[in-house]
Ligand binder design. Structure first.
Ligand code: F6R
Length: 355
């Protein structure tokens, strides 16, 4: 087990330099915003009445975060597709954005080709690969960026490029003031969470110590629900940990009943509830009620109030904290946070054929 207060051993364990990638989140956001600023949409792309974001895993999360941020203000319904086939309604008045870091993810490519055939208003976000080739070959707008893998470490690009696209299409107000606030918060968050800060002063290390040896369950409402998803997927991929996420208020209608069995559940799980003053007041009360239920059932938990004056800043700060927690959980589990051999094996196996 790696000592979280020894930055040298921490960094040695982090063979793919995930810690470095996390510290670059502010830079990613700035670079992505510059790229988006240089893009202007074809006029007909404004004539759409729905949007579908295609993507898998680390390239899909930007779409979830975007939807959580803007769905109550954006005039278009926004759908996420993590699968092969477009919904029946998708057609020439549908904006379809394919997001794939590698550009070679088969589910995303399949749905993207369908969107081209159906004459959707199609757009691609990628570092290259087949997706970039297809976009260029079909004269479809392409937003590219250069950044080292793994894809899940490029959240700044996957979220901020989408924000830029929605802004340039006139679907959301200029997010740059909120982004500036978010970037400043990320910078101060990094100075608190980074490897050199000892556990006694580092909230990310403290939370990792509490979760260590347990199955984390992440709960969040509204714009924090996709942040809870991000915490779960980062615990899976970076820390190689079984982890789960769910949404408030839905948990008050089922999950809260399932806290009694197995009888040693309180020794097995740790619940993290994400909260913010920007939530609907009834959801804020629900966070409090959730804590009461967990305390009654003697389930260990922590309520985390995300920092920020705006939703965007809160989401960025929340993602950063979760990412650092997953980095320290990886160290505690003695695993390289960047290694995802099983995902690579599955992709290889799937590429072998349709058997
Ligand atoms: C890897 C990761 C994965 C990938 C996913 C899709 O870091 O997070 O979840 O993001 O397999 O691949 P891309 O992003 O290349 O489309």
């Amino acid at each position: 087990m790696i000592d979280l207060d020894n930055p040298q051993t921490l960094k040695k364990n982090d063979r793919g330099e995930m810690g470095l990638r996390l510290s670059e989140l502010p830079l990613q956001c700035r670079t992505a915003w510059q790229i988006a600023q240089e893009w202007s949409p074809p006029a007909e792309y404004r004539e759409v009445d729905s949007a579908i974001i295609l993507g898998m895993g680390g390239s899909a999360i930007g779409g979830d975060l975007l939807r959580g941020l803007v769905s109550d203000s954006c005039p278009l319904p926004i759908f996420l597709l993590r699968d092969y086939s477009l919904p029946h309604f998708a057609g020439s008045r549908t904006l379809v954005i394919a997001s794939s870091f590698s550009g070679d993810t088969e589910e995303t490519l399949f749905a993207f080709q369908q969107a081209l055939q159906r004459d959707c208003k199609t757009l691609a976000i990628s570092t290259g690969g087949r997706l970039a080739q297809l976009a260029e070959g079909s004269a479809v707008p392409l937003l590219t960026f250069n950044y080292p893998p793994p894809p899940r470490a490029a959240t700044g690009f996957s979220l901020v490029l989408l924000l830029g696209v929605f802004y340039h299409l006139g679907l959301i107000p200029d997010p740059s003031p909120d982004l500036e606030e978010g970037i400043a918060l990320l910078e101060s968050g990094i100075s608190q969470f980074r490897e050199e800060v000892p556990t006694s002063q580092n909230p990310a290390k403290q939370l990792a110590e509490k979760i260590q040896g347990r199955i984390p369950v992440f709960w969040g409402a509204e714009h924090l629900h996709p942040v809870a998803r991000r915490w779960k997927t980062q615990a899976n991929e970076n820390s190689k940990l079984a982890a789960f996420f769910e949404a408030l208020p839905e948990i008050h209608h089922n999950a809260v009943v399932g806290l009694r069995f197995p009888t040693d559940l309180a020794q097995k799980i740790f619940v993290v509830v994400l909260t913010s003053n920007l939530l609907h007041p009834r959801n804020l009360l629900r966070v409090q009620v959730t804590a009461e239920v967990l305390a009654k059932e003697k389930i260990p938990y922590q309520v985390i109030e995300v920092l920020g004056e705006t939703r965007l800043a809160e989401v960025l700060w929340g993602v950063l904290l979760g990412d650092y927690v997953s980095l320290y959980l990886a160290a505690r589990n003695g695993v390289d946070p960047s290694e995802i051999e099983v995902i690579s094996q599955i992709k290889k196996r799937m590429a072998e054929g349709w058997r």
